[in-house]
Ligand binder design. Structure first.
Ligand SMILES: [Zn+2]
Length: 439
């Protein structure tokens, strides 16, 4: 952010706010303020590729690997340079604290992750972490203090199942700690490698209200923003997910001697149902998605009419009620298929991930910050999971997206132009400053 923009930024911040949300007197000394240093930030994003960077522009830095450890040490040094008091919590998350002027207030949280999927990209997670550090430096060099303490989080093993953030909210089953990760280490071994203590995980728990609010900047990982030509995405929430095994049972029989009219072909019935699932999610109002991603046909021989088909059904929506609506419609379709074809359809749930709506006050804070910088914004759901989803269980949560070129992520081609990253960090900073007064 240049100086001129910062001045307009500061002048407009107090305008139009309801009473009680006016800036407190100690804030806003525009003459001393400096903006986010986009050059420094984007150089650091590239520098972090020293740890696990691949020649094709991607990054291979799975949690608990040597590259992950090296990157965390490097980020820890940047956090300390920025003036944060840092520690590693028992869950292995890296945390840095910037004191506030009102130490009795619960901290505001900001952050993301720096681990990647195997042979992934260089922006997913990283921009949210280095962006948060850049915000701290900007506040420091401007002599600006927030009322709330600010906690910068570098969550561990996001890509392996949001382990670090889920440990904070007590959502990890003990058995999970023994699971081997892409690094070759189990989660328990990994936590030790990071400097955490798997025997004392309870000590890292955050109870509801432990943070005043949590915000995260992330790449969109979809093409909505790029297609719309809009730089800022205000996340309405992280979608919930439910999955079922669907079993269609027909009649196995000889493929040569059984007349067409007498067949109870499980695969033909399943095909009708798959088409109906797609059509239901497509035609219903809303932005729900439904997917059949895996199918097994029994007995699976060219000369036998399929006797049974088992497939997965996954439905995602911003609300669990929305998921149920789609499922109810699918169940009606299944009954119709049963009636028409004589097969039996059973649906058995096997996975649920609760939806995490963002906080309306934080959505507005992001929008106001975007407008201050003259940047277009739109609201959109997040179809992917994020650490912010965990944090929504203990405090108001907000997320902001910047565009992903071609909608590509989890691949070396993952890319967001430097100016769009800088814009996202400025909006994140503007929202944090607003959150400091709202919560
Ligand atoms: Zn991520």
């Amino acid at each position: 952010m240049n100086r001129r923009r910062f001045l307009t930024h500061s002048a407009a911040l107090g305008a139009g706010l309801p009473l009680g949300l006016q800036p407190s007197p100690f804030s806003w000394r525009p003459t001393h303020r400096q903006g986010v240093d986009g050059g420094r930030l984007n150089a650091e994003i590239q520098e972090l590729r020293r740890f696990g960077g691949t020649p094709d522009g991607g990054t291979h830095r799975v949690a608990y690997s040597d590259a992950d450890l090296g990157a965390r040490e490097w980020v820890l040094a940047r956090m300390r340079e920025a003036g944060l008091r840092t520690w590693i919590d028992p869950a292995g998350n890296l945390v840095g604290e910037l004191p506030g002027t009102e130490p009795s207030l619960p901290p505001l949280g900001v952050g993301s992750h720096i681990d990647t999927v195997p042979f992934g990209g260089s922006y997913d997670g990283t921009i949210g972490v280095l962006g948060a550090v850049e915000i701290v430096r900007s506040l420091q060099s401007a002599g600006e203090r927030l009322q709330h303490p600010l906690h910068v989080y570098v969550f561990q093993n996001e890509e392996g199942g949001k382990t670090g953030s889920r440990l904070l909210i007590g959502a990890v089953e003990p058995g999970e700690l023994g699971v081997q990760t892409a690094s070759g280490y189990t989660i328990q071994e990994g936590i030790r490698r990071l400097g955490g203590n798997p025997d004392d995980l309870q000590a890292s728990r955050l109870e509801p209200g432990a943070l005043a609010a949590f915000v995260e900047l992330h790449i969109e990982q979809g093409a909505t923003l790029e297609r719309a030509g809009i730089p800022i995405g205000v996340v309405e929430g992280i979608v919930g997910i439910r999955r079922w095994f669907v079993t269609v049972t027909g009649e196995k029989n000889h493929a040569g001697t059984t007349p067409m009219a007498l067949r109870k072909d499980a695969l033909v019935a399943a095909s009708h149902l798959v088409t109906a699932i797609h059509g239901t999610a497509l035609e219903m109002e809303g932005r729900q998605v439904a997917t059949v991603g895996r199918m097994e046909v029994e007995p699976g021989a060219p000369n036998v009419i399929p006797g049974s088909v088992r497939f997965t059904l996954e439905i995602r929506d911003l609300s669990m009620a929305g998921i149920q609506r789609v499922f109810d419609a699918v169940r009606e379709e299944a009954m119709a298929v049963e009636a028409e074809t004589g097969v039996q359809v059973e649906m058995e749930p096997f996975y649920t991930s609760e939806a995490a709506p963002s906080d309306e006050r934080l959505r507005r804070a992001f929008e106001a910050a975007a407008e201050q910088g003259g940047r277009g914004h739109l609201r959109l759901p997040s179809g992917a999971g994020h650490d912010a989803q965990s944090m929504a269980r203990i405090c108001p949560m907000g997320m902001v997206f910047v565009p992903s070129r071609g909608g590509i992520s989890h691949a070396p081609e993952e890319f967001t132009p430097p100016d769009q990253i800088t814009a996202g960090v400025e909006v994140l900073m503007g929202a944090l400053i607003r959150a400091d007064r709202i919560f």
